[in-house]
Design a protein around this ligand. Structure first.
Ligand code: FAQ
Length: 337
């Protein structure tokens, strides 16, 4: 992290006074809370950071459809099925807004998708865990969407305009997702002892992976310092993790569930819930491709991409036909212009 920041500054210093002036003016705009727009000058490292984060975020939304997608055909009622179908479609939409936001930075969506499919790009660790029972759909909505909102509300104020604007709509939809998940958990917890046990089991399996969603501890986060300086990140990984724990623990207690952490305790002095040590080795393993479902998720994405090739070809052919028809109707004058 520190090294990267030094390198960025060294590069500016080496580039000469004109370049240094451009960087200083850019940073002044950031400090003044101005939004940076696609046609504005920006440091190459800022552009690359955004492409990395926005594309990984888009991939997460797309891969994130898979664990819940498994339960669309097995939802326990028509109402639950309709809500889940709509939620999964929302996630596809989020992926598309985010790819579009990344494209404003001069990258092609096809290249970003290739990076995901050939394993060069990351997506959120959380989507490498299995959905074993219906209660997992409740836990994903309550906890995974809950964690996503905690991380994404500050991104609505991100310095890059297209990303910030995409996040506003995404957050509105995520908060509906979170509530539908909590309502599934509430229904299970008020149901039979077996249903409550399913909810407890889902919480036991999802709690720790959800805490990992916020990324490595601040002391090991490579990008945080620079991203905070550029006001891409407004809170650190650890700050957001703590906010999530503080918001979620009372919700779990309201459900009558116990958290799988014997060290979880309210600290009246700080007003925060203290929690036990996160297993960062598990996180590293999941990022390295060795989580419970990494291989299955990537196989499903590659298969879906291959199966959708004819749709992309047909859409391109249709767009080409419309463009040719429009230019023929406009006549030779417009073709000459
Ligand atoms: N999983 O230096 P930092 C959702 C990587 S969307 C995998 O701290 P940064 C909606 C990180 O990329 C969930 N990789 O990095 C939904 C970096 O690797 P790199 C996704 C992770 O960027 C709900 C390296 O570790 N949300 O859930 C993870 O400053 C339900 C070092 O880390 C977003 O993407 C992880 N958990 O902070 C959908 C939000 N954590 O790139 C379906 C936007 C870290 O050097 C169902 N992203 N890494 O190779 C962010 O806010 C940030 O990118 C962080 C990481 C906070 C995730």
């Amino acid at each position: 992290m520190y090294t990267q920041a030094l390198n960025a500054r060294d590069a500016v210093a080496e580039a000469g006074p004109e370049e240094a002036g451009r960087h200083a003016r850019f940073q002044a705009r950031i400090e003044a809370e101005e939004r940076i727009e696609p046609n504005d000058w920006m440091p190459e490292a800022y552009r690359r950071t955004l492409v990395r984060q926005i594309s990984q975020h888009a991939h997460s939304e797309i891969v994130g459809m898979l664990p819940e997608g498994n339960w669309i055909t097995r939802a326990p009622s028509l109402k639950r099925k309709a809500a889940l179908l709509a939620k999964v479609q929302d996630e596809a939409g989020h992926g598309l807004y985010l790819y579009a936001a990344a494209e404003t930075l001069g990258v092609a969506r096809e290249d970003l998708v290739d990076q995901l499919l050939d394993g060069r790009a990351k997506y959120s660790s959380i989507f490498n865990y299995p959905t074993l029972t219906w209660a997992d759909i409740g836990a994903i909505g309550w906890l995974v969407d809950g964690a996503a909102i905690m991380n994404q509300i500050p991104l609505c104020r991100c310095s890059y305009g297209p990303y910030a604007r995409a996040m506003i709509r995404i957050c509105k939809e995520e908060s509906f997702h979170q509530r539908q998940g909590y309502e599934i958990m509430l229904t299970l917890c008020r149901g039979t002892p077996e249903q409550k046990a399913m909810a407890q089991d889902a919480l036991n399996r999802w709690w720790w992976p959800c805490l990992m969603m916020f990324g490595p501890p601040d002391s090991e986060s490579q990008h945080s310092e620079q991203s905070a300086r550029w006001k891409i990140k407004r809170f650190s990984n650890d700050e957001l993790r703590q906010k999530f724990v503080d918001a979620t623990v009372p919700q779990g207690h309201h459900l009558g569930l116990a958290f799988p952490d014997p060290e979880l305790a309210y600290d009246a002095e700080t007003g925060h819930w203290r929690f036990g040590a996160i297993d960062w080795e598990e996180f590293r393993q999941v990022l390295a491709g060795n989580g419970p479902c990494n291989r299955q998720r990537m196989r499903q994405r590659r298969d879906a991409h291959a199966a959708g090739a004819w749709v992309r070809e047909a859409a391109l052919a249709h767009a080409g036909k419309r463009a040719r028809r429009a230019s023929a109707e406009a006549g030779p004058a417009s073709a000459a212009a």
